[in-house]
Design a protein around this ligand. Structure first.
Ligand code: ZN
Length: 278
């Protein structure tokens, strides 16, 4: 069987098991397969099977850039020690540069440091990741973690009445104590993607806890030593309000793309205002 044939069959199998877009509330047919985390997150694109989800084209295609930014950040710590890893990092940088104008500038990564070995030298390894472009893409990625892991755990698409709140934490947040350590007390031990003996705990791990029957779930996903995503998913947005005390935006099913568009627009406006003043 050829590679493309094999891929087509694998996709058909995923869509058979998951015929509805997991991000859209359960009434929009899935036409594509979304990998969460994306294949580019993994060294040499070697990603064990699993965590593959049915998605509509707009949700899958519309969050590709969020996946790209997450892969760029996720692969930053530790640096890849191999030439192949460095070459991959370089191509991720150039994809970010070509597809999301302004993002590398926002992170203050000058061109000469855009290599896997060099980019963390700036500021002793601490990057500026709180700018609006990075934030909006990473927020979208964090929402995806909530939707997808909820499906993984329950085999149910989060319904229209539900929602996800999510936050991502950089390694810097971890160091300075912003990350809520108490979270770990509530979670089951971490697991990772596995295919036979091949597993990737050094690149990606996740933990969860279900609550309120299956109506609510909490997730923690960690990406190398780079960043972590904390997400809550609930079948009723009212449950989330109680849990998060209105501190975070809720992403309802079907809103993934509109939130990213809105935030990217806001970032663009802020950037042109800044450059206009110069
Ligand atoms: Zn969708």
């Amino acid at each position: 069987m050829g590679e493309s044939n094999r891929k087509r069959r694998a996709h058909a199998a995923v869509l058979d098991g998951c015929p509805w877009c997991i991000y859209c509330g359960g009434d929009l047919p899935a036409t594509t397969v979304d990998h969460v985390p994306p294949i580019i997150m993994f060294a040499q694109r070697q990603r064990p099977k699993g965590l593959e989800f049915g998605s509509c084209e707009p949700c899958n295609g519309g969050t590709k850039h969020a996946d790209l930014v997450a892969a760029m950040l996720g692969r930053s710590m530790p640096d890849s020690g191999t030439d192949a890893g460095r070459a991959e990092m370089k191509s991720i940088f150039s994809a970010v540069n070509n597809n999301i104008p302004g993002l590398l500038q926002e992170m203050h990564i000058p061109r000469e440091l855009q290599t896997a070995a060099g980019w963390r030298k700036q500021n002793g390894g601490l990057l500026r990741t709180d700018g609006p472009l990075v934030s909006s893409h990473m927020q979208t990625f964090a929402f995806k973690i909530g939707f997808s892991l909820y499906y993984e755990l329950t085999k149910k698409v989060l319904p229209k009445s539900g929602g996800v709140v999510a936050r991502w934490f950089s390694n810097v947040d971890r160091l300075d104590g912003t990350f809520p350590q108490s979270v770990f007390e509530h979670l089951l031990p971490p697991t990772t993607l596995r295919q036979g003996k091949f597993e990737v705990p050094d690149q990606f791990e996740y933990q969860w806890r279900l609550a309120e029957g299956d109506r609510m779930a909490m997730f923690l996903a960690t990406f190398r030593q780079s960043f972590a995503v904390l997400a809550f998913a609930a079948t009723d947005r009212g449950l989330l309000d109680a849990e998060t005390k209105h501190a975070f935006e809720i992403c309802a099913p079907g809103e993934l793309i509109s939130i990213l568009r809105r935030e990217t627009r806001r970032a663009d406006t802020a950037m042109s205002a800044r450059t206009g003043k110069k």
